[in-house]
Design a protein around this ligand. Structure first.
Ligand SMILES: Nc1ncnc2c1ncn2[C@@H]1O[C@H](COP(=O)(O)OP(=O)(O)OP(=O)(O)O)[C@@H](O)[C@H]1O
Length: 245
């Protein structure tokens, strides 16, 4: 672990009703890196993110983001951190533009949301209610909301779920250019082509336990396969017997 670590997780654990969901998870991420947290449905990805941010309470462990403890210095820290949840919470009757403006009002320093809506191809939807957007359009809006504070770190849960092929490529391009400017990105994804394209480092979770931490290349090299998707499936299903068959 070094001074350059923008995110540091040490021995994080969390149980629900006595059932462990995250087991002694430790990882660190450097500035400007794209980090992918991978794992099957229910592996514990969203819970990990929520415990890191403090929206769920971890049972034990320590988290540092930009040198601060998000559980204690939440308000200061979140001026510098963007978050895209799988399902954002917003009131029923609010337009895209209003939601962007409300989001902007939470932050001291912000990016131009109209430019972001344009970049993400939903500018023409700005006067529509959020509830009128298609699934993919709403997903793109949630990424825009995460980027409005011009964050130094962004958490993107299920980055491009529901996006069409074009929109996914566009999102990758935008994130790659933000990364070049120093943005640190923590994402979860079920798409291994996306992970190969974007991630400098990955962690594979199986039932809340880290089964691999390193680069995509190292993961492939450590498995009997030469395709990353095969490697990923091998790591997530190994020793699971026929539970999923
Ligand atoms: N509030 C809760 N109470 C009880 N169990 C929970 C709660 N939240 C999550 N879990 C359980 O914790 C486990 C991990 O869930 P989590 O949402 O973190 O998985 P995930 O890896 O993000 O999955 P997905 O890919 O489906 O989004 C699941 O078994 C889930 O049922």
């Amino acid at each position: 672990m070094s001074m350059q670590d923008v995110i540091r997780v040490e021995h994080l654990s969390k149980s629900f009703n006595g059932l462990p969901v995250i087991r002694n998870l430790s990882l660190s991420i450097k500035r400007g890196a794209v980090f992918g947290l991978l794992g099957a449905n229910g592996a514990g990805k969203s819970t990990t993110i929520e415990c890191m941010l403090g929206t769920k309470k971890a049972d034990s462990g320590r988290v540092t983001i930009l040198g601060k403890n998000p559980w204690k210095e939440r308000k200061q820290l979140f001026q510098r951190v963007g978050v895209q949840f799988q399902e954002a919470h917003y009131q029923e009757k609010i337009t895209v533009q209003e939601l962007c403006e409300v989001t902007q009002s939470f932050y001291k320093k912000t990016d131009n949301y109209k430019k972001l809506l344009e970049q993400f191809g939903i500018f023409e939807k700005r006067k529509n209610f959020v509830s009128e957007l298609s699934g993919g359009q709403r997903q793109r809006l949630f990424i825009v909301l995460a980027l409005i504070p011009q964050p130094e770190v962004v958490f993107l849960d299920e980055l491009t779920t529901g996006l069409d092929a074009r929109a996914r490529r566009d999102v990758w391009k935008i994130l790659t250019s933000l990364k070049k400017k120093g943005l640190t990105i923590f994402l979860t994804s079920h798409f291994m082509d996306e992970v190969e394209n974007l991630c400098d480092g990955i962690c594979i979770l199986r039932k809340g336990q880290m089964v691999f931490h390193g680069t995509v290349e190292d993961a492939i090299a450590s498995s009997p396969f030469d395709k990353f998707e095969d490697t990923y499936l091998w790591y997530t299903e190994e020793e699971m017997g026929n539970e999923y068959l």
